[in-house]
Design a protein around this ligand. Sequence first.
Ligand SMILES: Cc1cc2nc3c(=O)[nH]c(=O)nc-3n(C[C@H](O)[C@H](O)[C@H](O)COP(=O)(O)OP(=O)(O)OC[C@H]3O[C@@H](n4cnc5c(N)ncnc54)[C@H](O)[C@@H]3O)c2cc1C
Length: 379
Amino acid sequence: MNTIVDAIVLGCGGGGSAALYRLARRGLRVVGIDQFAPPHDRGSSHGETRIIRAAYFEHPDYVPLAQASWSAWRELETATGATLLEATGLAEFGPPDGIVVPGVLRAARQHNLNVHSLTPDEAATRWPALAGHGLDGVYEPDAGVLRVERCVAAHLDAARAAGAETCFSTRVSGWTCGDAIAVQAGDQEFLAERLIVTAGAWAGGLLADVGVPLTPRRQVVAWHAAGAEMAVDAGCPCFLFELPTGVFYGFPDVDGRGAKVGDHAPGAVVADPSNLDRDLHDGERLALEAFVRARLPFATPTPLRHSACMYTMSPDEHFVVDRHPSDPRVVFAAGLSGHGFKFAPVLGQALADLAVDGATSLPIGFLSLARFARADGRS
Ligand SMILES: Cc1cc2nc3c(=O)[nH]c(=O)nc-3n(C[C@H](O)[C@H](O)[C@H](O)COP(=O)(O)OP(=O)(O)OC[C@H]3O[C@@H](n4cnc5c(N)ncnc54)[C@H](O)[C@@H]3O)c2cc1C
């Protein structure tokens, strides 16, 4: 039997749950389809915590989007009664001529953000749990921790409260574009006027004809036993270190479950996102242990537990958010490249705008497909 709706959201993780909410809030009859039952731990939106920050060293154009997202997460807390965001601040350390510290300062200058430079002595006095010696430091107080699974659940709850339907544990095998868009999901067919694709690590297969490689890569994070000095209540912020061995980041102990640490370098290419290798390999463990030993004096190097996840990399590590080149009724957000979760509310809003109005007032032009065409000299 066919189900006829205004819009379908394919994939209801970080980005899709937000898009579902935004579409439902606009009064559309909308259904969200997912192969699992979000929030789940099979994709890219799990592992308890995500950092939200605005002083974006990767590209200053993300700053207004991050600021809008912060407000939107707070609004979602009000709408649902869930606690989603904890303002812990973020301390970042690196060489003065590296990528992180100069990039943070550039974004802060350009957007007049509340960011302070720190000497190693100031950092050591303020946070004995973070060993920034030998590096320059910057501190962004208006940064914090998002409870990732709770955020997905809150968007889904709010979407359902606004009238959205969900169809979970149902895999979409494809779609065809005719008078309506026909989406094949399990043994059902859904017909819609618009389709929003937010398929995370699976986007490469579903959006192959967009022509931009979207490569899933394995990431492993680990939790380490930590002293009271690393607790949020003790004022320990989130942290990020640019080191000769890579960029390592982590979280204070937010709920007595340990300090979480990750290596930001994209890991091995994942051939099949449905069969992710979830082990912590010796090389990964040793890299995390070496980081903890060198930079987190109140944490125990041997991990308590770990979790595997995926980054979906675009060629330039910036998101790709646009209308599909072969049918503008299909819109997508893909290639979130390991830094997309914080933006879920604005991505959801942008996708809803693109799907319904064909354009958005949000400043997402730098994330459009056109940049790849330009790089090829095609337009
Ligand atoms: C270890 C790690 C740490 C990170 N840290 C941060 C951070 O600190 N801050 C930050 O902002 N970002 C961070 N990120 C990145 C961020 O988590 C991701 O960019 C974001 O969660 C991706 O959301 P998504 O909606 O694209 O994917 P997902 O949340 O994985 O959602 C995709 C959904 O699509 C569904 N789906 C796919 N194909 C189909 C199909 N054919 N049929 C039905 N359903 C389908 C999947 O089941 C899934 O539920 C991190 C990522 C990882 C892995």
